[in-house]
Design a protein around this ligand. Structure first.
Ligand code: FES
Ligand code: FES
Length: 164
């Protein structure tokens, strides 16, 4: 198969990449750009560790062909914050002890961001948070601390609790 050019914006930066038509977005992010924060596991939309934001909406990058994101904007976990300026979700996950091995956490945080951005200023219930994160599996935790962290971040993002 012949390669093609893909134009895509990743974390605010334009990229022009030479790709094979059958490559997934996950393959491009990890293999071509070297953004290893997006994890790979099941490769069949079951576990959610490969979640990224496509125009702000959470998607499984393992089942999305790279060609489908032509001209569009992708956000990966690398685009969310940095150690000096953590996103409120990243800060809350640390504060609430929600991170163990960490493998699912990029997907969890990006799924949570997509959900909270759809509902700005509203405090979601724990059940709503659980439903929003249902597509991302964590082998380490009982999910309680993850839900605590997302609830705290929602409060902070709504301006009801100061960012430390
Ligand atoms: S690796 Fe994409 S959903 Fe599991
Ligand atoms: S923290 Fe280990 S899989 Fe979720």
């Amino acid at each position: 198969m012949s390669r093609r050019i893909l134009n895509v914006v990743i974390n605010g930066e334009r990229h022009e990449l030479l790709i094979e038509p059958h490559w997934t977005l996950l393959q491009v992010l990890r293999g071509q750009i070297g953004m290893m924060g997006t994890k790979e596991n099941c490769l069949e939309a079951e576990c959610g560790v490969c979640t990224v934001l496509l125009e702000g909406k959470a998607v499984n990058s393992c089942i999305l062909l790279a060609g489908q994101v032509e001209g569009r904007a992708i956000t990966t976990i690398e685009g969310l914050g940095d150690p000096e300026h953590l996103h409120p979700l990243q800060a809350a996950f640390i504060e609430h002890g929600a991170v163990q091995c960490g493998y699912c956490i990029p997907g969890m945080i990006l799924s949570a961001k997509s959900f909270l951005d759809e509902n700005p200023g509203r405090q979601p219930t724990r059940q709503e948070i659980r439903e929003a994160l249902a597509g991302t599996l964590c082998r380490c935790t009982g999910y309680g601390k993850i839900v605590d962290a997302v609830a705290a971040a929602a409060q902070r993002m709504a301006g009801k609790e100061p960012t430390p």
